[in-house]
Design a protein around this ligand. Sequence first.
Ligand code: BGC
Length: 722
Amino acid sequence: MISPVDQRTWLVSESPFNPFKLHHTETIFTVGNGFMGVRGTFEEGYSGDLATTLVHGIFNHAEGDLVPDIVNLPNPLPVQVTVDGELFHMTAGRVLGFRRTLDLKRALLTREVLWRTSQGAIVKLTFERFASLTEEHLLVQRVRVRALLGSPQIEMRSSVDAKVTNLGVQHLTDLHTSIHDSEILVTARTNQSNYGIAVCAAHDLSIASPVQSDAERVFYTFTLPQENEVSLTKISAIYTTRQGDQPSHMAQETARAALKKGYETLFAAHCAAWEQYWHTSDVLIEGDELAQRAIRFTTYHVLIAAPRHDERVSIGAKTLSGLGYKGHVFWDTELFMLPMLTVTQPKLARNLLMYRYHNLQGARNKARANGYEGAMFPWESTDTGEETTPQWSHPQPDGTRIRIWTGDNEQHISTDIAYAVLQYWRWTGDDEFFVRYGAEIVLDTAVFWGSRAEYNAEQDRYELRMQIGPDEYHENVNNSAFTNSMVRWHLQQALVVRNWLLTHHREAGEALLTRLGITEARCAKWSEIAQKMYVPRDPETGVLEQFDGFFNLERLDLTHWQPRVANMDWILGHERTQRTMVIKQADIVMLMALLGDQFGSTEEQQANWDFYYPLVDHGSSLSPSIHAWVAARLGLLEDAYKLFMYAANIDLEDLKGNVRDGIHAAACGGVWQAVAFGFVGLGLDERGELQVKPNLPPHWRSVTLRAYHRGQIRTIRLTAEN
Ligand code: BGC
């Protein structure tokens, strides 16, 4: 039996069904396993639902669309049940009871419905599903029907829905459905990228009843005596040509073998694998059940999205839980989700970093295309590693399109990726990765900055013009303090890396430096750029100026606009917002988070916080968790806790009103960072040793978390007395 505390902190439930939250709950009830993500859509469907099945790495650029999209695959979920000829549906007959529960511990989604047909029979329907963590191609479902009143005639029909689109955009072609006995095979091909896709669903009914089929469905018909229960197990295997030439064959073999093992065996293995995940990734918070459940929820969503066995894919901003941002990968992965994985699941973190390594060519292409050297990573990236940020928005209500500049000028991503590589290396001590792959990322992105930095002879300083810092409300600015500071830091690190390679791995190091063209002269230039990099700053207060001219913008008092859900740039309009100091998200505060005490003295940190905190709109979900982290570090516990709970509930409570598009994955990863790096104050000191500098919310009795440090698992437990 699950204890009441566990019930409150491991389970996310919906009861009764709320059709107005259909898309929100579809997103939050997504199941996944690092290969696939399947939204929490009902098996029997619901009007307007957004059934979405995504696997990493399958993108397609449909004709007429601006950029590639992650592809919605044939939907393996459909199972329909008729009772005495009446089709079960949430709007038919009478729903007497409804509870949907996501069990975070076991990554199992269950829906129980007590249903009375129009003719009076009462059945209990139980739908279960999980995306197997041990066999990642498998989505496992079970549908149970129990006759509570009457002995009805039941029909159970199952299909794989191939008529899927991405909100109307057609990515699939050559669709073909075939049925052999109780097995359904759907094959398709993406119409531009030419990936082959196969979904094979195999079925097993708990009672002896002959299987029937038509062109698209298999079905079973039988009488269910009162008090009896029947269960249909449906196991769908998904493969694509990214796994091999014969996805149909692989899907069939896998589904058949899994069916032989049966639901219970598959589920037991799945649970054991999840236990391993939680062993290191669970954060235990005593004294705050809401925070406890929220952090499990956010951790779950990062874990179900993190590729386990594929190092050529990465996690999109909305994970595999929705079509928002077309599945594209941003800095969200490296600076928001990855730290939690680096510290608690380093193998998964390594996979994600390898995605960037394998896509260095795309980054080099982007640098060349823009007249630079080295590797300039794309702001948005898909399967090819090329820049995939759209240049124009979709038409606005007045028919005009807005130019999107992030793909051109939000260049800090190259440093963000280098930061993540170095962070991974420091925490894990994985020299093998670093020498073979990581160093190349850090160094070639430094080569890019060396060619990008502009010398201002009049002022004898280096500058970066036409940038977008994290605050995307202000575009194409000169000397973003965030970007310039991070680039300075990056070039300093690159010089350290070079020396380290030459000292510890001379042969490999020399080969790499030669290949990347990193000469003495280039290093001297890096050193000069780092020394003379201009970072705008008020010398009296130590407050950084977010970019040239920021201090002259109009200052608005945001408290006048409370309460509100809408972002300030919607309220003020894009142009007007740019003329104000209203900022979208943590920018200087992001820099404070990343650089820690290297940012400046405690007084300087406080002064920057005091200046920038009142200006932030949190127009991006990436913002609150970073603020929580920094506030905790500064000992501003009331603000820290408020911001932390805001971040933690963004998806659970749909605080931004757009969860239908998918989980805010960066916010999820940020929640872990707010606790680990903020409240617990976990970090590495200069020698790379673990340190904690706690600042716990006063009502938390204890926090326990685990961290891999150089291959060893360490448990950190803080109690209120500490
Ligand atoms: C944020 C970016 C983020 C992107 C994807 C934008 O709204 O401003 O920082 O990378 O969303 O989540």
